[in-house]
Design a binder for this molecule. Structure first.
Ligand SMILES: [Zn+2]
Length: 176
């Protein structure tokens, strides 16, 4: 088994029978699809990946990818930090047809020509780990309440200024 940094892709044919293990980090900016769904491009994705050869030449890729991203809270529109942790266990196949043959119990990783596009695979897993709803939790500061108070205050002020009754009142006061 060989250890190494996180490669962009893994050519299975070049690995020895003992498999391989990779541990490393890549900048978040290299994952464009994920980058588009989060607020800042700062930070990096950490991953540990192990490639194992099972019987019948079945290749299994296990590991975990983690990163910290920021998304807009749907209540207050302020950034909320989200820790993404995506553990995975993928069966390497050569085509979509082979992937379908695996059945629903196994997650396929399609590697045409025996080459795993590792960064794309890690990004896929992180995208699946993204929560569908982003909201500050109860233990976090959510600006919603303050925003609401501020907004209604502003609305009341504007209504008061534009209200003809407000103008009338002011005229009356002046006449006193
Ligand atoms: Zn919030």
């Amino acid at each position: 088994m060989s250890d190494g940094t996180l490669p962009k892709s893994i050519d299975i044919g070049r690995l020895d029978a003992g498999g391989a293990r990779f541990v490393g980090a890549v900048p978040l900016t290299t994952m464009h699809r994920l980058r588009e769904l989060v607020i800042t491009s700062a930070g990096e994705v950490n991953a540990a990946v192990e490639v194992d050869f099972k019987e019948a030449m079945q290749v299994i890729v296990t590991g975990v990818a983690t990163t910290r991203v920021h998304r807009e809270c749907q209540r207050c529109l302020e950034p909320k930090a989200i820790l993404l942790r995506a553990p995975f266990r993928l069966f390497v196949v050569g085509s979509f047809a082979e992937a379908e043959a695996l059945g629903q119990d196994a997650d396929p990783l399609i590697a045409p020509g025996g080459v795993i596009d590792l960064l794309t695979a890690l990004e896929d897993e992180l995208l699946l780990a993204l929560p569908s709803v982003t909201r500050h939790g109860q233990d976090e500061v959510c600006e919603q309440h303050r925003m609401h108070t501020r907004a209604s205050g502003a609305v009341e002020g504007a209504l008061h200024q534009q209200s003809p009754f407000g103008v009338l009142e002011q005229l009356k006061k002046r006449g006193d």
